[in-house]
Write a protein that binds this ligand. Structure first.
Ligand code: SF4
Length: 286
């Protein structure tokens, strides 16, 4: 077996900074995180082991300080939390802030906002909760169901693949030729790099192992992208999800990982792949 790692893989700066802030704060005072800081079970378990509490709504917060995740939150949600007398610590990624600012500008200039992303994703809810009118689309059927507006302002959840985003923006232009459509590219650079590296990787490999949380949107997008170029793609959360019957001994195996996957988890998966293949090889020799 030969293992190739994607040139760009794993945890992005936005997630690393958010985790560092959570750990630093938790050393100084009790901390609650509102929502999942990252969509990675391993990271969340480590934070809980260090005393950080994880809750889903402001009403459940029992500490004075509460952290908003890297995915960001709406002004409405932050205001609601502050009105409970809590100190709000924002770990929102700067690139999510860029998306929020772009959205505010589009709405301010009279564009009807259309967000390309998952309606129920925490980042998208953070964008839409402050809006009176908006649409969220994820596929061409969603675009087909939109009502005509004089001006559409289109942007994306930061972790959507840029090709899909551009394609849906064009689809909207084609469907409403009489409308003004302004597109702002809010897909983040780490997502673009990981997507691009995944395409290169999948083209060279017999098998690709994508490592990331089961609720991680960008990990699922990496799986989908790799599957366009490679017939055997496996999504694992940790090394324990690797299966002996994948028979990788004679394969070129690619490894990539989502933006919330720690380097330690990637290293464990790689080492387990090497160990399993060695064992299979030795068993065959006996
Ligand atoms: S995926 Fe992009 S937007 Fe999200 S935390 Fe990482 S760098 Fe920021």
């Amino acid at each position: 077996m030969k293992i190739i790692r994607a040139e760009h893989r794993g945890m992005c700066f936005g997630v690393k900074d958010a985790i560092a802030l959570a750990l630093k704060t938790a050393r100084q005072e009790p901390l609650t995180i509102l929502g999942d800081l990252v969509h990675n079970e391993t990271v969340l378990a480590e934070l809980q082991a260090r005393g950080v509490r994880l809750v889903q709504s402001p009403a459940e917060v029992m500490t004075q300080t509460v952290m908003v995740t890297a995915h960001g939150a709406s002004e409405r949600k932050i205001g609601e939390t502050r009105r409970l007398g809590l100190h709000v610590l924002e770990a929102t990624c700067p690139l999510v802030h860029v998306a929020h600012r772009s959205l505010t500008k589009l709405v301010g200039e009279g564009f009807h906002p259309v967000i390309i992303g998952k309606r129920d994703h925490v980042e998208v809810r953070g964008m839409t909760e402050d809006l009176e009118q908006f649409d969220v689309v994820l596929c061409e059927e969603d675009v087909a169901s939109l009502r005509e507006q004089a001006r559409f302002g289109v942007l994306a959840q930061t972790t959507q693949p840029i090709e899909k985003v551009r394609q849906l923006a064009q689809c909207l232009r084609d469907r409403f030729p009489n409308s003004e459509v302004r597109f702002v590219d809010t897909v983040c650079q780490p997502t673009k790099q990981r997507q691009g590296a995944a395409v290169e990787l999948a083209q060279k490999c017999d098998v690709v192992v994508v490592i990331g949380g089961v609720h991680s949107n960008n990990t699922h997008e990496l799986v989908r992208t790799c599957a366009r170029f490679c017939a055997r793609v496996h999504h694992v959360q940790t090394a324990d999800d690797l299966r002996g019957d994948w028979s990788l001994a004679d394969d070129v195996v690619g490894i990539t990982a989502g933006t919330s996957t720690p380097d330690s988890v990637i290293a464990e998966v790689e080492q387990r792949l090497i160990n399993t293949t060695k064992e299979q090889h030795e068993t065959c020799m006996v």
